[in-house]
Each structure stands twice: as structure tokens, then as C-alpha cells.
Write a protein that binds this ligand. Structure first.
Ligand code: G3I
Length: 300
């Protein structure tokens, strides 16, 4: 293929980008988006603070801008994210206990129902595990409602949208380490007890490249019977071009690695200010990292 999306599609995968509604009036941005990518993720517009600014009053206007534009062009929409300890609306930040649990489940139910048939996969829960060596859950208002909050969220999402793939998504879980093993044990437990989970997202915010056990880590999750997806890829550092190629090759080596999403289009669109971690420069020109990514997708 001659574009990222077309090349990924040759092996049945997608190649996506996180996009921002506020940039959709920039024709350089949309030109690259529509030429290169066949999947999109809303960088912020489908998060809890954006979609439920006051309790049980939903606003899908910015999420719809992204989703409807993509679907009209044949691009898939990856939903991000139903529950997260960050970017909660102010009204939820101050809640706890049963009131917060009920509000969170209502949020999952309403948003997943609204986007049913439009979103092919949801990050149902984002970043719920602690950094460091514990392998345990991160403390948060959601975690304090009870350890079963994650499975309750997945069950609610499945009931609301039986068609979407339901994913758990996190960062620093790219290699085999205490945090990724904590997630692994949760997924294995969910699979054994019939808690509905279909996929795990590996954000892959990297420097220079993936860890040496990246492919082995993706494989051990795939062996649990879930799909794996690279969900927020960006790579800083001087080995960036090789790093992108390594990520693509690892995904292609795993049958259940169904797609890759980069977290932005141009360096100037990235949340990693000054790190230039993406595939296009500030002017929208293809970087060396673009070429290595395309070549890796095409098997060279
Ligand atoms: O939209 C407001 C604007 O009205 C306001 O004037 C401005 C001033 O602060 O803030 C704007 O909101 C910002 C928003 O991005 C949109 O640009 C928020 O402050 C800022 O915190 C927010 O950052 C986002 C971040 O998540 C929040 O945690 C980044 O864009 C987004 O790339 C980033 O994405 C996360 C994933 O969701 C989860 N994984 C990690 C990843 C990187 O942090």
C-alpha cells in the first residue's frame, strides 16, 4: 500500500489517529487524516467531562463531530474512554460510594448506548492500575467504590452495546512488568469468570522504541483469548524511526493484534510538547518515522 491505512488493511488491520474536534477546520490536518488513516479516536471529546458535563445531562456534540465525520468517510471510530480517574466532570470528582458507583454505571450505559453501532471498540476503563512494583490497582474515587468497579463497568457496557469490542487500556504496560502482570491477572480472571472483556489496549507512549519483550507481552495477552491493540502510539528520541517499525512488526507478528493508533497527526498536534513524537512534522510533511512505519506495514 501507499498509505498507512491501506497498508494496514492489507493484513486486515486498521491504522488510526487520535484527532481533536478543534482541528477539523485545518485543511492540512484533515488532508493527512483522510489520506492516511482508516480509524480515529477522539483525543478528548468522548471522555466523561466532555460527554456528561452535569449529572445525567449528556452532550455529544463534539464527540459526534468526530464520529460522524469519520463514519461518513468510511473510517472506524475507536471509543475513548468511558471511565477514568482523570477528566471526570467536577460533579463526579466530589462523589463517592454508592452514589459515585451508580453515576459511573449510568455514564457507561448512556454513552455506550448512544454510540452503539458507531464505535467498534471502547476503552471501557482507562489506566486503573498503579505504577511501580505493586501490580495492584491505582487509588481513585472509582477504586474506592469497591474492587469490582471494573467488572461492573464492563458488564454495563456489554449490556448497552453488545456489538462493540470492550477493552481495558493502560500505559507502561507495554513490556512484561509488575503493572502489565497485574492487568494480565485481571484479564485472565475476567475470562475465567465470564466477565465480558474482548481486548486490551497498550498505549505505547515510548522513547526510542518498545521494550525488548513487547511482542512477548502482547502475545501473552492474546493467548488469553483477547484482541490486543496499540492505542496511543507516539515515540520520542533519536531512534524514533526504528522504534515505530519495531512496534508495527510486533503487531503484525500477532494474529490478534488488530490495529494501531497514533496519538495525534503532526508533531505540533501532540500532547508531548517539544518531543516531536509523531509521523508528520509541524508542516504536515512525512518524517523518516512515517517511511519506516509504512515500510514495516508493507513487510519490508
Ligand atoms: O479545552 C480546554 C480549553 O478550553 C482550555 O482553555 C485549556 C486550558 O487548560 O484546556 C483545554 O483542555 C485541555 C484538553 O487537553 C484539550 O486540549 C486540557 O487542559 C488538557 O488537560 C487536555 O489534555 C489531554 C490529556 O489527555 C488529559 O489528561 C490531552 O489532550 C490528551 O492527549 C491526553 O490523552 C491521554 C489519554 O486520554 C489517556 N492516556 C494518556 C494520554 C496522554 O496524556
Amino acid at each position: 500500500g501507499t498509505t498507512l491505512g491501506a497498508s494496514a488493511a492489507e493484513s486486515g488491520r486498521y491504522f488510526g489517529a487520535a484527532i481533536a474536534a478543534g482541528r477539523l477546520s485545518d485543511s492540512v490536518y484533515t488532508g493527512i487524516l483522510d489520506r492516511e488513516f482508516n480509524s480515529v479516536t477522539a483525543e478528548n471529546e468522548m471522555k466523561w467531562d466532555a460527554t456528561e458535563p452535569s449529572q445525567n445531562s449528556f452532550n455529544y456534540s463534539r464527540g459526534d463531530q468526530i464520529a460522524n465525520r469519520a463514519l461518513a468517510r468510511g473510517q472506524k471510530v475507536r471509543g475513548h474512554a468511558l471511565l477514568w480517574h482523570q477528566q471526570q466532570p467536577g460533579w463526579a470528582q466530589g462523589m463517592s460510594g454508592t452514589a459515585l458507583r451508580n453515576a459511573a454505571i449510568n455514564h457507561v450505559t448512556k454513552v455506550a448506548t448512544y454510540y452503539r453501532g458507531k464505535v467498534f471498540a471502547w476503552d471501557v476503563v482507562n489506566e486503573a492500575f498503579a505504577d511501580g512494583g505493586s501490580g495492584g490497582r491505582r487509588d481513585s474515587n472509582l477504586q474506592r467504590t469497591g474492587n469490582d468497579w471494573i467488572e461492573a463497568a464492563f458488564r454495563a457496557a456489554r449490556a448497552a452495546d453488545p456489538t462493540a469490542k470492550l477493552c481495558y487500556n493502560d500505559y507502561n504496560t507495554d513490556g512484561i512488568n509488575a503493572k502489565s502482570t497485574g492487568v494480565y491477572n485481571m484479564v485472565r480472571d475476567f475470562r475465567s469468570r465470564g466477565v465480558p472483556i474482548d481486548c486490551v489496549g497498550f498505549q505505547s507512549h515510548l522513547t526510542n522504541g518498545p521494550p525488548s519483550d513487547y511482542q512477548a507481552n502482547l502475545q501473552r495477552f492474546a493467548d488469553l483469548g483477547v484482541d490486543v491493540q496499540i492505542t496511543e502510539l507516539d515515540i520520542a528520541g533519536s531512534s524514533q524511526a526504528n522504534g515505530f517499525a519495531s512496534v508495527v512488526r510486533a503487531c503484525k507478528a500477532i494474529a490478534r493484534c488488530t490495529g494501531i493508533t497514533v496519538w495525534g497527526i503532526r508533531d505540533s498536534d501532540s500532547w508531548r510538547t517539544g518531543e516531536n513524537p509523531l509521523l508528520f512534522d509541524n508542516s504536515g510533511n512525512k518524517k523518516a518515522a512515517y517511511t519506516s512505519t509504512l515500510n514495516a506495514l508493507n513487510g519490508s
